[in-house]
Design a protein around this ligand. Structure first.
Ligand code: DGL
Length: 270
């Protein structure tokens, strides 16, 4: 019985910055009792233009940190890291690791859609991971992957020309709509922050935020593994860590997540 299981060890979440908080906020809705360690690798932002080798190095460093923090599981709340690094690190740790793309592909592919668009970072698009994973479950599915150039910069406020970037969104959505997708996957955890911008050019129900099915899967898997914290209380903790600029992290997170304590800087030795 779920009520009997109380495992207080924290669950680790990581992303390049505030993007993973769009996953964490959904996770909080389904599992409010879990203790959380969140790592934003802000010094390496954006991940989208990094090489595979760099991304594997960052992921390994963060996973080592999580291991030191004695987590019971790690959520890769970053599509880029899931696409480029997960395969290289997945067997090196003795706790479950949940990569967003590979975890969500099955339920998205099984919804019966046959034309799907994916907006993601350049590194994710380059990997072709979404197409590969979706085709595993629906070989006939047609997938168009497009990079949302500089979109992460708008969210993290590192963009030098926000007006130009917002214009790019309009053009990139138009380009995607030419493909006539039945759904468009937001394949970067920063993108849900831009929903107000997207819905100027396309209806909201065209977009899929994979985080929705992601957190449901994680919940059921934690229950199956008997490592869920089913304690019926809401006084769980959240500890935030970043590799640089903790104040900016809190500020950028603000519209979607109330980061109550200033993140601690952990200079990860990759
Ligand atoms: N939020 C991340 C993702 O889901 C990475 C964005 C970036 O830093 O480029 O891909």
């Amino acid at each position: 019985m779920m009520e009997e299981i109380i495992n207080n060890k924290p669950i680790g979440f990581f992303d390049s910055g505030v993007g993973g908080l769009s996953v964490l906020s959904r996770f909080r809705e389904v599992l409010p009792s879990e203790n959380i360690i969140y790592y934003g690798d802000t010094i390496h932002l954006p991940y989208g233009n990094k090489s595979k080798e760099e991304l594997v190095g960052y992921a390994r460093g963060i996973l080592n940190f999580m291991q030191k923090m004695e987590v019971k599981a790690v959520v890769i709340a970053c599509n880029t890291s899931s696409a480029q690094a997960y395969d290289s690190i997945k067997d090196k740790y003795d706790f479950p690791i949940y990569p967003i793309i590979q975890t969500c592909a099955k339920s998205i592919a099984n919804t019966g859609i046959n034309r799907v668009g994916v907006f993601a970072t350049e590194a994710t698009v380059k990997s072709g991971k979404y197409t590969e994973e979706l085709k595993k479950y629906n070989p006939n599915i047609k997938v168009k992957e497009l990079a949302g150039k500089s979109w992460v910069g708008i969210v993290e406020k590192t963009s030098i020309n926000i007006v130009q970037d917002r214009n790019n969104i309009k053009n990139e959505i138009a380009q995607m709509l030419e493909f006539t997708p039945e759904k468009i996957i937001l394949g970067c955890t920063h993108y849900p922050y831009l929903m107000d911008e997207f819905t100027k050019y396309a209806p909201e129900d065209l977009f899929i935020d994979p985080a929705e099915v992601f957190v449901e899967y994680i919940k059921s898997d934690l229950i199956n593994r008997k490592i869920v914290n089913a304690a019926n209380n809401r006084d769980s903790y959240e500890k935030f860590y970043v590799s640089s600029k903790p104040d900016e992290f809190v500020k950028n997170a603000k519209i979607f997540y109330d980061v109550k304590t200033l993140p601690i800087i952990v200079n990860n030795e990759y």
